[in-house]
Design a protein around this ligand. Structure first.
Ligand SMILES: NC(=O)c1ccc[n+]([C@@H]2O[C@H](COP(=O)([O-])OP(=O)(O)OC[C@H]3O[C@@H](n4cnc5c(N)ncnc54)[C@H](O)[C@@H]3O)[C@@H](O)[C@H]2O)c1
Length: 328
């Protein structure tokens, strides 16, 4: 498989992962088309204005077909989704966009001869590992064939679309790669945070970026697989360009567990004087584990480029760059 026959169309291109995927494809000289529900390319697409942009609501099948007919993609990287805790509390929109919209993408892809859909899934439908070899303190990496246990609407929607993808492959031969991202961190999250939590590692880094103290009473010993946004985007690009994606579902992380104390230790080195007070203990969230990334390495050629230190250093650089862009 290659992108020789047409551009790679990215849905959710104005978002955090999507904008990074657009930039990486442009840097590699691969033709790309961007689509998103926002009226015009977001601030995150600054610097890649030459990429054709299409306004698209993935719930609108006719419009999706129109965009695909215009752009004639060889592969679709489908990242458009509704994310965030609010959609767990109000699941209808989550279902309509994350499940219904994704079925539209599969259907439009197979009707238009698109060979492969790469899409974002999640590690968060893995079960609670506490008390097992995959939990604290050993964190043996979790493989993809671990029985899933989706509980919240977001997890249910991501697991559901994976099952639909297997069905589309069986019925229509549509290739796919479902990327089960770990706990991703990105400076671009600042654009979306608006006072709400965007995950422990992002919350800590955003506080540091803003020169604010970061204080939490507990949870410092909780391990999680922290993956930098540029590695998530790199995985999407690798999956789009890979020869084949036979296994379908792929963990995308760093392959080891870190905790907030580890994050704080790196930040202290890079930002002397940063104030972080992190209490000990574990958190109730169930998806706290390390991901086994052997399959993505072997089949997609995925290799995380940003271990914690490199990722945090780049996060701080991107935060300052974004600061300048936002100040105009
Ligand atoms: N650990 C995880 O589970 C994890 C982590 C990161 C990202 N993800 C997934 O990766 C993908 C990208 O996430 P992100 O952080 O970049 O999110 P984001 O919110 O930054 O980007 C999503 C984009 O989708 C667009 N969108 C929303 N509804 C749409 C619709 N109906 N039609 C067209 N576009 C629409 C939004 O405008 C936005 O630009 C999502 O699918 C998300 O679920 C999962």
């Amino acid at each position: 498989m290659s992108a020789d026959n047409g551009p790679i169309l990215i849905t959710g291109a104005a978002g955090v992962v999507g904008s990074n995927a657009v930039k990486q494809l442009v840097a590699q000289g691969v033709p790309v088309a961007a689509a998103d529900a926002v009226a015009s390319p977001s601030v995150l697409l600054r610097g890649v204005e030459s990429v054709p942009y299409h306004r698209l609501d993935i719930r609108d099948f006719a419009l999706l077909m129109e965009v695909i007919q215009k752009t004639k993609p060889s592969v679709i990287i489908h990242l458009a989704a509704l994310v965030g805790e609010w959609y767990n509390e109000h699941p209808h929109g989550n279902h309509e966009v994350n499940v219904g919209g994704t079925i539209n993408v599969f259907e439009a892809a197979r009707l238009s001869g698109v060979s492969r859909v790469v899409f974002a899934s999640t590690w968060s439908f893995y079960p609670q590992f506490r008390g097992t070899k995959h939990g604290y303190p050993t964190y043996e990496p979790v493989p993809e064939d671990t029985p899933p246990h989706p509980v919240r609407p977001y997890e249910i929607s991501k697991y559901t679309i994976e099952r639909y993808a297997y069905w589309y492959r069986q019925l229509h031969g549509l290739e796919f790669a479902a990327l089960r991202f770990g706990a991703y961190y990105a400076a671009e999250r600042r654009v979306q945070a608006g006072g709400r939590s965007v995950g422990a590692i992002n919350d800590l880094l955003l506080a540091v970026g803003q020169g604010q103290p970061y204080r939490v009473k507990e949870g410092g010993d909780q391990g999680f697989d922290a993956v930098y946004v540029k590695d998530c985007a790199g995985a999407a690009v690798a999956a789009a360009l890979a020869k084949a994606t036979p296994s379908g579902s792929y963990n995308i992380g760093n392959g080891r567990a870190v905790n907030l104390h580890d994050v704080a230790a790196v930040v202290r080195e890079l930002v002397p004087g940063a104030v972080m007070e992190i209490g000990p203990g574990l958190l109730p969230a169930k998806h706290n584990c390390a991901l086994d990334i052997t399959r993505a390495r072997t089949e997609l050629g995925y290799e995380p480029k940003y271990l914690l230190r490199e990722g945090i250093a780049d996060w701080l650089k991107e935060y300052r760059r974004l600061d300048e862009v936002l100040r105009g």
